[in-house]
Design a protein around this ligand. Structure first.
Ligand code: AMP
Ligand code: GLY
Length: 409
C-alpha cells in the first residue's frame, strides 16, 4: 500500500508519520524535515491513495483532477472545499442546515456594513470571505477598530481580493474546540476533539495566527458532547451538501464555541487542522490508512479509536510571524530533542543547512509530547521546547496550562 500526502507543513508531517505505521508514504512537495519528501509533481505520482493536506489545492480543484485520472483521493472536490473557500457560502450552508451559528451579514459595501455593525453590541467579528491563512478574522469590542477593519478589508488593502467581500458576525463567548469529522460522502465519524490556540501570545493576546499550539483530549468535552455536535452540526451539514449533489469525502473540520446557549459552529474547514492534527493523530489507535481509504472509497464503517494518552503540541514560529517572517536562522537544539522519548518534531517552515536546519517560514516546527495526563504531556513538551532556539523564536508558554480560561465553567 502506497499513500501520497500532498502538502508541506507540520500537519502533512504528522499525517505522513502516522500513515507510515502501516503504509509506504511519499509527501509532495513536503519539506527538508519530512523524511518521505519528493519533488515529483503529484500528477506524476502513482499511489493507492492520495491525501490532500492544505485548503488551497482543494479549493483549486486538485481532488477533482486526481479523481478524473481515476485516483483514490481523500479530500473534497472543489464544490465541497468551497465550505472553506467562501465564508459567506459556509454561512449559507449552516443556516440552510439549521446548525446553530453566530448571527451574520455579508457585505461588499462599506455603508451597509457600518449599519450592520451599529446594530451589534459588545463584540464585533469581521472576516474575509476568501482564504487568508487563518489571519483574516478580527474580533474586537472596539467599534472604531471594527469600522476601520471593514474599510481596510473592503478596499483590498488588508487582504487583497479575499477581503473585498466580508462576513460580519455577532461575537460569541465560551471555550472553543475543534472537532474533525472524517466523511465518506454519505456518513461521518468523529476524531478525538482538540483545542487549538489561535492567538499569537499568552492569555489569548495578540493577533490571530494559523495556530500556536493544541492539545487533546479536551477535559470538558465528554462523549455525549461529541455525539451532540455530530447530530446538530456535522450530519445535517453533510445532508445539505448531499442534497446539493456534493459528494464530500475528506475531513469536515468543525470549529465550535461552547456558548452558554450550547455549541455553535464558528467555521468549517475542508481539511485536517494544523496544529490539531499534530495532537489528534498521534493518539489514534485505529489504522489511519484503513480509515482514510474507507472515506475515500465511500465505505466508512466504524468510529476510530483513540488511546487514553494525552498529547500537547507547541508551535515554534519565527520572528515577526504572522505579519511576515524572518528566515535563515539556524535552529539550535534539534538533535537533543529528537532523542527524547515521547516527543515528536513535526517540521513546516525549514530549510536544510550543512549541519542541520534553518528557519524558512512563519510556523517553523511543532513539538508534540505525549503522556498519561495532559499535565505530564505538557511538561514534557515544554522541556523539549526549552531546548530549541533561534534568534527571535516565538512560542506560547501557556498551551494546555490555563484550564480556567478554556474550561466550561
Ligand atoms: P474562524 O477562522 O472563523 O474560526 O475565526 C478565527 C477565530 O476567531 C476563532 O477561532 C475564534 O477565536 C474567533 N471567532 C470567530 N468567529 C467568532 C465569533 N462569532 N465570536 C467570537 N469569536 C469568534
Ligand atoms: N488550527 C486552525 C486551522 O487549521 O484552521
Amino acid at each position: 500500500m502506497k499513500v501520497c500526502v500532498v502538502g508541506s507543513g507540520g500537519r502533512e508531517h504528522a499525517l505522513a508519520h502516522v500513515l507510515a505505521r502501516t503504509a509506504e508514504v511519499i509527501v509532495t512537495p513536503g519539506n527538508p524535515g519530512i523524511p518521505f519528501s519528493t519533488n515529483q509533481p503529484v500528477k506524476e505520482i502513482e499511489a493507492d491513495l492520495f491525501v490532500i493536506g492544505p485548503e488551497q489545492p482543494l479549493v483549486e480543484g486538485l481532488a477533482d483532477e486526481l479523481r478524473k485520472q481515476g485516483k483514490l483521493v481523500f479530500g473534497p472536490n472543489a464544490d465541497g472545499a468551497k465550505i472553506e473557500g467562501s465564508k459567506s457560502w459556509m454561512k449559507e450552508i449552516l443556516v440552510e442546515s439549521g446548525v446553530p451559528t453566530a448571527r451574520h451579514g455579508v457585505f461588499t459595501e462599506k455603508e451597509a456594513a457600518f449599519d450592520f455593525l451599529q446594530n451589534l453590541s459588545d463584540l464585533y467579528v469581521i472576516k474575509t470571505d476568501g482564504l487568508a491563512a487563518g489571519k483574516g478574522v478580527l474580533v474586537t469590542s472596539d467599534l472604531v477598530e471594527a469600522r476601520q477593519a471593514v474599510s481596510e478589508y473592503l478596499s483590498g488593502k488588508a487582504f487583497g481580493t479575499a477581503g473585498k467581500r466580508i462576513v460580519i458576525e455577532e461575537g460569541l463567548t465560551g471555550p472553543e474546540i475543534s472537532l474533525l469529522a472524517v466523511c465518506d460522502g454519505q456518513t461521518a465519524v468523529p476524531l478525538a476533539p482538540a483545542q487549538d490556540f489561535k492567538r499569537l501570545k499568552d492569555q489569548d493576546e495578540g493577533p490571530n495566527t494559523g495556530g500556536m499550539g493544541a492539545y487533546s483530549p479536551v477535559p470538558f468535552v465528554e462523549e455525549n458532547l461529541v455525539e451532540r455536535i455530530m447530530d446538530i452540526a456535522v450530519m445535517p451539514t453533510l445532508e445539505t451538501l448531499k442534497r446539493k449533489g456534493i459528494d464530500y469525502r475528506g475531513v469536515l473540520y468543525c470549529g465550535l464555541m461552547i456558548t452558554p446557549d450550547g455549541p455553535k459552529v464558528l467555521e468549517y474547514n475542508a481539511r485536517f487542522g494544523d496544529p490539531e492534527t499534530q495532537v489528534v493523530l498521534p493518539r489514534l489507535e485505529t489504522d489511519l490508512v484503513e480509515l482514510l481509504l474507507g472515506a475515500a472509497s465511500g465505505s466508512l464503517n466504524s468510529n476510530p479509536i483513540f488511546s487514553n494518552e494525552a498529547a500537547v503540541a507547541v508551535v515554534c514560529a519565527s520572528e515577526s510571524y504572522p505579519e511576515n517572517s524572518r528566515t535563515g536562522d539556524f535552529i539550535d537544539g534539534l538533535s537533543q530533542v529528537q532523542e527524547m522519548k515521547g516527543i515528536d518534531i513535526f517540521f513546516s517552515g525549514v530549510r536544510k543547512t550543512n549541519n542541520g536546519f534553518a528557519t524558512d517560514g512563519g510556523r517553523v516546527l511543532t513539538i508534540t509530547g505525549m503522556g498519561p495526563t495532559l499535565e505530564k504531556a505538557r511538561d514534557l513538551t515544554y522541556e523539549a521546547v526549552s531546548q530549541i532556539s533561534w534568534p527571535g523564536m516565538q512560542k506560547r508558554e501557556d498551551i494546555a496550562s490555563n484550564f480556567d480560561l478554556y474550561k466550561d465553567e
